[in-house]
Design a protein around this ligand. Structure first.
Ligand SMILES: [Zn+2]
Length: 195
C-alpha cells in the first residue's frame, strides 16, 4: 500500500467517494450502507483465484484504508462474494494485511465484550460479545489454504468480517432495544436524505 503512513492524514469521515486514491492504480469503492439488501445476504464462495481477484483484494485494502477501517468484506462494496480483507494496523504494517477468501472459524475461545462499529453503519457503535481467541482457516488471494489465530481486536475483526459473508451485521448481536434504537435513527436519517 502506498498510504501506510498517510491513514491518519485523511480527516475525511463521510467521504468515501471523494477520498483521494492512495495510489493511482487503486480503485476506491464507495461503501454500501445499511439498508442495502446485499449486506444481509450470504456471499457466494470464491472459486476463481486469478489476477482479477488479487486486484480486487488490493482495491478493497485501499478502500478500507480510505474509510479508516480495519476490516472490509466484499458485500460492503456491493459484491456478494466470500472475500474480506483485514488489517488491524490500519495500513501501518504491510505484513498485517490479511486476505480472507472463503474463511471459516475452526476454533474459538474465551469471551470479550467490547464496543464495535461497522463502515456500513457509520456513526453507530454497540457492545458485542466476541471470542477472545479465534482460529480460522481461509484461502489467500492466490487460493492457498492457511490457518491463522487472532486475539482480541484481530479475533473480533475475523468474526465481524465472517459475519458479513453470512449476511450478518453487528446490529444482530445487540439487545433488541439497542438495535431498534439504531434502526429508528437510521430511518430518520434516511428520511432526511442523510443516509
Ligand atoms: Zn462491518
Amino acid at each position: 500500500m502506498a498510504d501506510k503512513s498517510k491513514t491518519s492524514e485523511a480527516p475525511v469521515l463521510a467521504a468515501t467517494e471523494t477520498a483521494q486514491a492512495p495510489s493511482p492504480a487503486r480503485k476506491i469503492y464507495p461503501i454500501v450502507k445499511y439498508g442495502d439488501p446485499v449486506l444481509e445476504k450470504a456471499g457466494v464462495p470464491v472459486k476463481k483465484f486469478d489476477a482479477e481477484l488479487e486486484e480486487l483484494a488490493e482495491d478493497m485494502f485501499a478502500s478500507m484504508y480510505a474509510a479508516q477501517g480495519v476490516g472490509l468484506a466484499a458485500p460492503q462494496i456491493g459484491k456478494s462474494l466470500r472475500l474480506a480483507v483485514v488489517d488491524v494496523t490500519g495500513g501501518k504494517n504491510p505484513e498485517a494485511k490479511i486476505v480472507l477468501a472463503n474463511p471459516e472459524i475452526i476454533h474459538a475461545e474465551g469471551e470479550v465484550r467490547e464496543e464495535e462499529g461497522c463502515l456500513s453503519i457509520p456513526g453507530f457503535r454497540g457492545y458485542v460479545m466476541r471470542p477472545q481467541f479465534v482460529t480460522i482457516k481461509a484461502q489467500n488471494a492466490k487460493g492457498e489454504q492457511f490457518e491463522i489465530r487472532g486475539e482480541n481486536l484481530l479475533a473480533r475483526a475475523f468474526c465481524h468480517e465472517i459475519d458479513h459473508l453470512n449476511g450478518i451485521l453487528f446490529l444482530q448481536h445487540l439487545s433488541m432495544l439497542k438495535r431498534d434504537l439504531i434502526k429508528r435513527k437510521i430511518k430518520k436519517l434516511r428520511k432526511q436524505g442523510e443516509w
